[in-house]
Design a protein around this ligand. Structure first.
Ligand code: SF4
Length: 179
């Protein structure tokens, strides 16, 4: 098991621009966030095992989260040319997902029972099997923080981390719960 400082150091070495310790008591699972999911603005509600309702009820998510006593928050932040710089936004999304999945493997050596909560729906398969067949890769599939009812900007603030780095920047935030 790596201590938290080592895990934070490793996060930076694995491509994240920012990393901070996460206090598990700041993880407040909110029905309001799940309601935002059900408004389906991202188009993934009820379409993927990693998203509501496929990822479990809020109570089931709470039960999973409650068994962790430490964690880390990670971010990939980038400057954009302007707020229409969609190419940079898409590159950043891909980079953050790559960082996140790569570092998950690194951390799993130290914390085999970690819970990873990413940004966006699971995209491991070209087409998710939901709801017709079980998830193809339950060990690898990752839900988003929002799917667990977590309000990302509140969690950043409560853990001394910025959520917004100023005009013409974009940031993706994810977390790992460690045990
Ligand atoms: S691993 Fe495949 S089947 Fe499982 S949630 Fe992700 S996309 Fe869906």
């Amino acid at each position: 098991m790596a201590d938290l400082d080592t895990a934070l150091d490793l996060a930076k070495k694995n491509g994240f621009t920012h990393a901070a310790a996460l206090k598990p008591d700041t993880l407040i699972l909110m029905p309001e966030v799940r309601e935002m999911c059900s408004s389906n603005s991202c188009g993934m509600y009820d379409k993927n095992w990693s998203c509501p309702p496929g990822c479990g009820t809020l109570e089931e998510c709470q039960q999973k989260v409650s068994s962790y006593h430490s964690g880390i928050l990670v971010q990939t932040m980038s400057k954009l040319e302007d707020c229409f710089d969609y190419e940079a936004m898409m590159k950043l999304e891909i980079l953050h997902k790559e960082n996140f999945m790569k570092f998950r493997i690194v951390l799993a050596d130290y914390y085999p029972n970690l819970l990873s909560l990413g940004a966006g729906a699971c995209t491991l398969c070209k087409k998710c099997t939901y709801p017709d067949a079980p998830c193809r890769f339950p060990e690898k599939s990752v839900s988003s923080m929002e799917a667990y009812g977590l309000l990302v900007n509140q969690i950043c603030t409560d853990n001394g981390m910025l959520y917004y780095y100023g005009p013409s920047t974009m940031t993706y935030t994810s977390c790992y719960l460690l045990e």
